[in-house]
Design a protein around this ligand. Structure first.
Ligand SMILES: C[S@@+](CC[C@H](N)C(=O)[O-])C[C@H]1O[C@@H](n2cnc3c(N)ncnc32)[C@H](O)[C@@H]1O
Length: 336
């Protein structure tokens, strides 16, 4: 998103929201919105409002009777969204895993499309006070919703080395998970708590041998920061629950469009879509007749990566993938 797009009609009026640090360039904007919208008069969900780049484009594409419900767990996203004045738009401050109950509470039983642009927004990364960045010192927080759960500093103050090692391995694929976990616990036991991003970045760097660093441009603590963030925000569990909930509310012909930024997320989305597009694979070895097999409830439509131009202008786009699937008319079978 460029600055002029942020000042279009319907954009947030708050001066803070217009400062450069508050900007977020939406990834795969046109492809995602084109893949999402099949009926301009339909009901849509943007599960990850952020700074509203995708929501703004969706509203441009909707007819006057269309409706967009946007979610975000970050109160700062909510502050931006609440300044929008468009009768077709509503913001709900919530985790997207609660999709089905949030829609039910609004009397919405069917939606025509759901977009999720996963991960952390640029304003979250770029604000040192949020504690996501290892390049700018700040309090070690890393919560997308700082009003809920433990901060990274609080969690690190109490976690044992075995759990820490598992988190670093499972969510960061950190080869040196054991030495990093040991170094973190040793520093803590030495009476020097890790409360700033710079503290964590330094202790991780001290635990990873210099000669093993394959990419000199990547900070040695990158994987540790990613792992702790994914774990604390329960990012993968949230995605899995949101995908399941989407099936309950998508109308036949409705679209699911998900942008993911790393392989852990993308794998969940891919398996979910493939599993519901080919349910017979899960039952392949059972002696069932065709008529007894569950029917596909999703049809995969596309997997799209950003083009070179977008990757050049928006570094966040480099690892992005958009997957689009369509709900079939088959009924959902419980437990399938
Ligand atoms: C990549 S940004 C979305 C940017 C947005 N598409 C835009 O154009 O401005 C991801 C957003 O999703 C939110 N988010 C991540 N996980 C969430 C969850 N489980 N529930 C609700 N919001 C979530 C984050 O707080 C962040 O604001």
């Amino acid at each position: 998103m460029n600055a002029s797009a942020d000042t279009e009609p319907g954009a947030p009026a708050s001066p803070a929201a217009l400062q450069p640090s508050a900007l977020h360039a939406p990834v795969l904007l046109e492809a995602a919105v084109q893949g999402l919208i099949t009926d301009p008069a339909g009901v849509y969900v943007d599960a990850t409002f952020g700074r509203g780049g995708h929501s703004r484009r969706i509203l441009q594409a909707l007819a006057p009777e269309g409706r967009l419900i946007a979610l975000d767990r970050d109160p700062q996203a909510g502050a931006v969204a609440r300044a929008w004045e468009d009768p077709r738009f509503e913001f709900v401050h919530s985790e997207f895993s609660r999709l089905a109950e949030l829609l039910a509470a609004r009397g919405v039983t069917r939606i025509h499309g759901l977009l999720a642009d996963l991960g952390v927004s640029s304003p979250q990364f770029d604000d040192p006070l949020r504690g996501f960045s290892l390049r700018m010192d700040g309090p070690l927080d890393m919560r997308m919703n700082p009003q809920s759960g433990l901060s990274a500093a609080q969690w690190i103050a109490q976690v044992d080395a075995a759990e820490l090692r598992k988190v670093l391995r499972d969510y960061g694929d950190e080869r040196f998970a054991a030495s990093v976990a040991k170094a973190i616990v040793a520093r803590r036991e030495d009476g020097r708590p890790i409360v700033r991003t710079a503290d964590l970045a330094a202790v991780v760097a001290s635990a990873i041998p210099f000669k093993s660093r394959k990419d000199p441009l990547q900070h040695p603590a990158t994987r540790t920061f990613q792992a702790i963030r994914i774990f604390l925000n329960q990012e993968l569990e949230e995605v899995a629950m949101m995908l399941e909930a989407s099936l309950q509310v998508l109308a036949p012909g409705g679209r699911l469009a998900v942008i993911s930024f790393h392989s852990l997320e993308d794998r969940i989305v891919k398996r979910f879509i493939d599993g519901h597009a080919h349910p017979e694979r899960a039952f392949g070895r059972l002696p069932l007749r065709d008529s007894q097999l569950p029917r596909p409830v999703l049809t995969p439509l596309a997997r799209i990566a950003p083009d070179d131009a977008e990757m050049r202008t928006n570094p966040r786009a480099r690892s992005a993938h958009l997957r689009v699937a369509e709900r079939t008319g088959e009924p959902l079978v419980k437990g399938a």
